[in-house]
Design a protein around this ligand. Sequence first.
Ligand SMILES: Nc1ncnc2c1ncn2[C@@H]1O[C@H](COP(=O)(O)OP(=O)(O)O)[C@@H](O)[C@H]1O
Ligand SMILES: [Mg+2]
Length: 301
Amino acid sequence: MRVLSLVNQKGGCGKTTAAIHLAAALSLAGRRVLVVDLDPQAHATLGLSALGDSGPSIADVLCERVTAREALREAPCGLSLLASSQSLAEFEDESARIVGPERRLRGALEEVADQFDFALIDCPARADGVLTANALCASTSAYLVIETGAFALQGALRARALFEEVAAQQGSSFDRRVLGTMFDKRTRFARELLVALHARFGAEMFDTVVRSSVRLREAAACGRPVFEIAPRSTAADDFHSLAAEVLADRPRIGRELAPASSLLRGPVGPVGPVQTTDRIKSVQDLRSANANSDNTSGIPG
Ligand SMILES: Nc1ncnc2c1ncn2[C@@H]1O[C@H](COP(=O)(O)OP(=O)(O)O)[C@@H](O)[C@H]1O
Ligand SMILES: [Mg+2]
């Protein structure tokens, strides 16, 4: 079972939307997929039409009141869900009295590992804390979700550094990937930012970037993935394409990475020679699109 965490210490950047829709797309591609809602705000639970307080939740699992198997719920698109509830706060309080509290989720997921091909963990909007530590400890990959808006590059580097710190503290080894979301290709700013993100994160960036789509907001509002309400939307296309990349991906666990602290130094903007892989071709396309108009974004081109 591959365990993927969607992380960023910033709220509202599209983590929950990515967790639900990547999970649903992997499920529609025939994989057995579990969604773990590790955010006390329970947005993934609500986004999958499930009420957090009506049955055993992930909090009961972490507090060892029930097993993960006992807490599984059915969700749309053939997904299974470990729902969030307000009692996640109780686990956070109790964790000071537990030995190795950050290993609880990993233990729980091992128990259902034969039932699923993927588990996707929707993380709370913070880098510290016992819940995020649990997610990173259980993960084979951490996907940093970046909203392609103002200050996104600086935010991405800061987020990356924070999560590297947590990983180093607990000796976790997981693969790192970066996903751009809420992309509006009509704005020059967003296009230039995407070039900058590719230049900075290189092969860690997914080729797929999730475009801004009102359908995703509608899906969240009615508690069903976009595949059920608008299967032919750009949002559905984007998440199918992301799922295809994830399925083709071979996690490079233990791969050497430049320490995030070194990434934080130096100028912000596209760096290094332009590469000639297929991945960068699309970025070159973006560069030439950008060259046709004035640079107004403040990102050096
Ligand atoms: N690609 C997108 N296009 C338009 N709206 C989006 C997109 N991704 C997320 N949203 C909306 O933005 C808000 C925050 O997204 P969410 O996934 O809950 O972020 P997070 O989990 O990081 O707090 C939600 O209302 C969601 O519907
Ligand atoms: Mg969320």
